[in-house]
Structures are given as structure tokens and as C-alpha cells.
Design a protein around this ligand. Structure first.
Ligand code: SF4
Ligand SMILES: [Zn+2]
Length: 459
């Protein structure tokens, strides 16, 4: 397991006696990437020197809102100079703290603006501390929205609505030890509303130790205590949470490597997904297929379409251990109907328990013949993306290459599928403004199941 602690204060005196051991214990838990976050000029300098001296450590430079009124112009210029040093990956921690008010609001706001400017100039993400200052924090950031600031709200403790606003602005949300506290029911409910694609993990050490270390000095190895809690909240495995949040941290901070070969077979929970093509007869507005073909921490961009042998090799042995095998990915599997059928047939023989096809329902048009009967005995379940309650809206949302023929074809495919495939489901993605009820009614009339997938939650 590979993990990132995106918020540590390892520069603090708490670690003077045993920092090498602390880093060693983190590595032993898979926490190989640590971000040391500066809180003033001296601490930013120290964060940087730790990062430069230790593999896997990175630095962020900034002035905590607590110290905002103390920064002189000279200090700020020096801090700005640090940004371009190797291993600096972010600006902060900055933000607003109206709880303690160690610095007056006006100077906190002014210094926050300086950080935002600096991050935008340097093309770095911001690490934001917000305490009881949500409205000002968000409105200040929005002043810069034309330049798309990026970053993370660290140790998030706000409401679902605030989380949604941060996400809509393109920010990530970082969760620490408090999510493990027995009485943190509200926070756990909020976390559930955050797409896992925007989630980061942190300790904020030496503060905020998770259960069962609560009250003691915190350290990066304790990230492990977050995993079971988050896995349960998201109905994912601990490995899924680790892979996805690590991927997210790499994306945001530009550390590590993300550009893997496109995955042909990948697991989420206990399902095996097969990505056999990136081609699709639609160009749905919500689909990241063309720009960002990532799903749950996997990169799915294929350099070339895999052969049957390549798919089988990617699948590996012991296919019977998966709950289901799903033809999915960013692309339309029926674009490669022959490969799909051959692989499904072989996997059935090898003991696959259940085979599902996720499709846009245009397979008849793509292949120039009705294809449902050919899937009988090979596919146990089919999910067809209905997406909209009418053909006009479908054209608008999905830009089908088959234009006016696409929507009727998908309805016809759904009707025929009932004769050959045991389980047939129409699905929609709850993009804002969609008339879900009418879609549900269509599924009812066709006599098939209905499922709503969360916007931004593919896979
Ligand atoms: S049908 Fe699926 S793969 Fe194709 S563009 Fe739409 S969302 Fe993407
Ligand atoms: Zn901090």
C-alpha cells in the first residue's frame, strides 16, 4: 500500500529527538510521501531543508493565519524566494482563522490574498486552513476564480454545503484524525458526501491524533487508522482508499508518478473491470474519457486496444474470486463485440461468477445488426446508460455520432436485452437538472431495473 500524508508539521520541536524513527515508521506503513507544511518563514525554511535532506519528503511554504499580522515585507519577499526551490510543491498553510483571532481579520485577509497571488504566479496549489471563516474564505477565493486557483482545504470540519462549494471550485478536501473520533458522526456524514476523487488524507501531526492514539503526539504512520473508517464510509476497500487518495495527492501536488500504462483490468471493491477500448459512439459532456481518463485512481487511456490474449493476461488467474467481471472502462465495449464475446466465453469457462456489460445501448447501430441474442449465455447482467428522459436531451448531453437514431436504438436494445440477458438495468448519472423521475418511469414501463449513479462518481 502506498500512502501520502499531505499535511505534517515535522519541522516542529516535537520531533527533534526522533525524526528519523518517525519517518521510518511512516515508511513501514507505506506512507512514503510526506508533505511538511510551513507556518511562518522560519518553519518554511526548515520544512524545505527537511524535504531536501529526505527522500519522500516535500515542502509547502507559507504563513499561518495566526501569524499574519507579524509578517514584514522583507520576510514575505524571502518567503516568495523559497517557492522556486526544488521539492517545494505548494503554498501555505494559509487561510483564515476567526476562532482564535491571533491576528486581526484584516491582516489575515491581506496575507491570504498574497498567498493566493503567489500560488497563481507559481502555478502551485494552496493549502488552506479555515476555521469559522468559511464565508470570507470562499468569497476571497472566488475573487480569483477567473484564474482558477487550485488546492486543498486541510483538516476539513465544515458542512456538506461548504464541501460542495469547495469541490465545485475545483478544490480537494483533506481529512484527518477527527474522522475516527467516536462522536464525530456529523463529520462522517459530511465525508460521505465528498466524492472520493477529491479526498486527501493527512495527520496534521503533531496535532489531532486519531483513535486509538488520541491525546498522544501524532505522526504520519497513524494515517493507517483513517483507512478502515473511510473504507466503511465509502463502501470501498482500504486498498481502494489508499490508491485513490495517493493518486489524488500526486495529481494535486505533482509528486510521484501518475502516468502509468493504461489499465486493461482493474479491481474496485471485489469486482474486476475490463477496459477493452477507448472508442465510443457518444461524447457525453460529463465523460472524462478524452481529457482525463482516470477512474478511482486508475489511468485508463489505452495506447492500443488489447488483444484477447492481452486481456486474459491482465485478468490473471483465479477469476472465480471476483464477485463480478464488468466490461466497462472509458469506451463502449460493444465497439469490440467479437473480443467481448470471446473473452466473456473464456472467463465463463474459467469460472467467472457473474459477467456484466456496461453499455450505451447503441451496440446494434455500431455493429449494424441486432446483437442481444449473441450475448445470451455470456453476459448475466447489462447496465444501459439511459442518461436522459428524451431523445432531444440525449442528443444535447451525449452528442451521439448516430444522432437521432441513438436514443430509439438504446430503447430497442433495452427491450431486446430482456429476452437474452437475465438482469437488465437502465442507469442515469444525476447531472444537475436531470428529471430522474421520468427516467425511472421509462425503466418501469420497459420492465427493467433502474439505477442512479452519482455525478462525478464513475466506476
Ligand atoms: S457513453 Fe460512456 S464512455 Fe461513451 S462518452 Fe458517454 S460516458 Fe463516456
Ligand atoms: Zn497545519
Amino acid at each position: 500500500m502506498l500512502l501520502v500524508d499531505t499535511h505534517t508539521h515535522l519541522d516542529m520541536p516535537e520531533y527533534e529527538g526522533d525524526l528519523p524513527e518517525v519517518i521510518e515508521r511512516a515508511r513501514a506503513q507505506g506512507v512514503e510521501y510526506l508533505l511538511v507544511v510551513g507556518t511562518d518563514l522560519a518553519s518554511s525554511r526548515k520544512a524545505l531543508s527537511l524535504a531536501q535532506a529526505n527522500k519522500g519528503l516535500y515542502a509547502s511554504v507559507g504563513v499561518h493565519p495566526h501569524g499574519a499580522s507579524n509578517v514584514t515585507d522583507k520576510e514575505w519577499e524571502e518567503l516568495k524566494g523559497l517557492v522556486h526551490s526544488p521539492k517545494v510543491v505548494a503554498v501555505g498553510e494559509t487561510g483564515l482563522d476567526y476562532h482564535h483571532l491571533f491576528s486581526p481579520k484584516e491582516s489575515q485577509q491581506a496575507v491570504f490574498r498574497r498567498h493566493i497571488e503567489l500560488a497563481l504566479e507559481a502555478h502551485f496549489p494552496l493549502i488552506i486552513h479555515n476555521r469559522e471563516a468559511t464565508a470570507d474564505c470562499l468569497s476571497t477565493l472566488k475573487e480569483y476564480s477567473a484564474r482558477s486557483p487550485r488546492g486543498v482545504f486541510h483538516c476539513f470540519g465544515g458542512s456538506k454545503e461548504t464541501a460542495r462549494e469547495c469541490i465545485n471550485m475545483g478544490f480537494y478536501i483533506s481529512i484527518g484524525g477527527p474522522v475516527t473520533f467516536p462522536n464525530a458522526h456529523r463529520l462522517r456524514e459530511v465525508v460521505k458526501s465528498i466524492p472520493v476523487e477529491r479526498l486527501l488524507l493527512e495527520t496534521d501531526c503533531p496535532y489531532l491524533s486519531p483513535q486509538p492514539q488520541r491525546g498522544k503526539r501524532n505522526e504520519p504512520a497513524y494515517i493507517k487508522y483513517l483507512l478502515p473508517v473511510l473504507a466503511q464510509l465509502y463502501n470501498l476497500t482500504e486498498e481502494d482508499i489508499a490508491r485513490i487518495t495517493t493518486f489524488n495527492a500526486f495529481q494535486l501536488f505533482g509528486m510521484g508518478t501518475n502516468r502509468q500504462e493504461g489499465k486493461i483490468a482493474y479491481t474496485i471493491r471485489n469486482s474486476l473491470y475490463l477496459n477493452i477500448t477507448n472508442r465510443c459512439s457518444n461524447t457525453c459532456s460529463f465523460c472524462p474519457r478524452l481529457e482525463k481518463p482516470y477512474v478511482k485512481g486508475y489511468y485508463l487511456g489505452l495506447k492500443k486496444e488489447p488483444t484477447v490474449e492481452a486481456v486474459l493476461e491482465a485478468v490473471g488467474d483465479n477469476i472465480g474470486r471476483y464477485d463480478e467481471v464488468v466490461f466497462c472502462g472509458y469506451g463502449e465495449p460493444t465497439e469490440r463485440l467479437d473480443i467481448l464475446k470471446e473473452v466473456a466465453n473464456i472467463l465463463k469457462e474459467k469460472g467467472a461468477r457473474k459477467i456484466r456489460l456496461n453499455t450505451n445501448g447503441q451496440g446494434d447501430l455500431i455493429n449494424g445488426r441486432p446483437i442481444c441474442a449473441e450475448l445470451a449465455g455470456l453476459v448475466d447482467s447489462v447496465y444501459i446508460s439511459l442518461n436522459t428522459p428524451s431523445a432531444d436531451e440525449y442528443k444535447e448531453l451525449c452528442s451521439p455520432g448516430f444522432e437521432d437514431m441513438a436514443y430509439p436504438a438504446l430503447l430497442a436494445f433495452t427491450r431486446q436485452a430482456k429476452d437474452s440477458i437475465p438482469e437488465v438495468t437502465l442507469s442515469v448519472v444525476d447531472v444537475p437538472g436531470l428529471d430522474v423521475e421520468t427516467c425511472k418511469e421509462i425503466a418501469r414501463e420497459l420492465g427493467v431495473n433502474f439505477r442512479v449513479r452519482r455525478y462525478n462518481d464513475l466506476g
